[in-house]
Design a protein around this ligand. Sequence first.
Ligand code: NCD
Length: 450
Amino acid sequence: MAMSGLAGRHVISIFDLSNDEIEGVFRLTDRFLSALQRGPLSLVAPRRKRGARAKARGNDLAAIGRLCTGQVLATVFFEPSTRTRLSFEAAMNRLGGRVISVADARTSSAAKGERLSDTVRVIASYADAIVLRHPNEGAAALAAESLDEQRLAELGRRVPIINGGDGAHEHPTQTLCDLYTIKRDHGKIEGLNVALCGDLLHARTVHSLSYGLARFGANIKCISPPELRLPRYVKRRLEIEFECVPAEYESFSDLAAPDRQHVIYAAEKRRRRAAKHLVSDEDLQEIIGRLLDVVYVTRVQAERFAEPERAEAVRGSYSIDAEVLRRIGRDTTILHPLPRVNEVDYAVDQDARAAYFRQASYGVPIRMALMALLLGRKRLRRRGKESEEAAAEKRVNHWGTTVRCQNPTCITNNERGMLPRMEAVGDTGLLRCAYCDQEQEASGASGGEK
Ligand code: NCD
């Protein structure tokens, strides 16, 4: 079945959308956001005779509110969610569509031991698109794969699978919200200095966002306890595919140490003063803070720790408080995918730089834009140069060995009867899992990533 544009496309990873396509989603989001700000779409029915301008505006609102009439979105959430599920559902309602939902795995047949691929094949015959959240890495890729050509032919249509978060792997639609907020606040992404703080090992939002940032040319600084640094496979991908080597620090104050020279020069340029030999450590830290355009914070993902006591030990080892606020610049944006636990002081909410609630509110227009495109109700004017369809094909087709993935929470180790798919990572002697992306020694001698 041929695909055109984004219609029918699965969004499993942020790599399933090209940069041009992401920009296209943002343009449509701008339109939907301003329509949402003007009034409740579904209530707009321009019957009265009005001035031409009001009429055009009313028609626009009414047209948006009817875009997905007759279509059904299934939200299938096997892990807790507030923002992702409800903003997808609000988005579909705003577009005039309907929603069916599994909000808790215990209420679906998964609790009776049904395989995920069976659940997905059935739901695909009830709905026009499926958003899936699942605790196992690679679950969304498996869901997409279970809608193979034969199944799609039976259904007579493509049913896009949207990854609403698969274990500690990826969360591409959160990245759309994150990048959109950054772009709105700074007018660009390229060249910005973005600090990713917190549990970078397990936070799926961070993994997808780091790829997005690297692709749009931002500089990434990672602030985390040593045991919660970005996974090896994420770092390797950033380095090899985008020549992006994130700088790593344990705290905001450490930000000064490793690339001191570089920062001094950058500071010199920014402040137009010959600071190389004159800046004290204290000053330096001041300057560095001011060089950050975005600080993105995540909570410790306690549910993903093999030993939950270890989560307790690292909790509170980094946090945004009055002291950090004093150090960062006046235009630095503070983002958080939410929920927060204790990484951002409640007092920070009053500060104009705190953008996390606005970031969450963009979830609705972003997901409206995505749904309208994936359901073929809107088309992008320009298409991305390199088709991401090819990437998706590669992901599901050309892999295969009998070696099992060593990540215990990978979907291949949790779905009954599922075959592993591992691919050699160049000539590194490593194998990478096609579903969860984690790497392991080809010899099978060493353990998984975590
Ligand atoms: C995140 C998630 O579920 O990964 N939440 C979200 O979707 N906005 C972040 C988190 O749970 O920490």
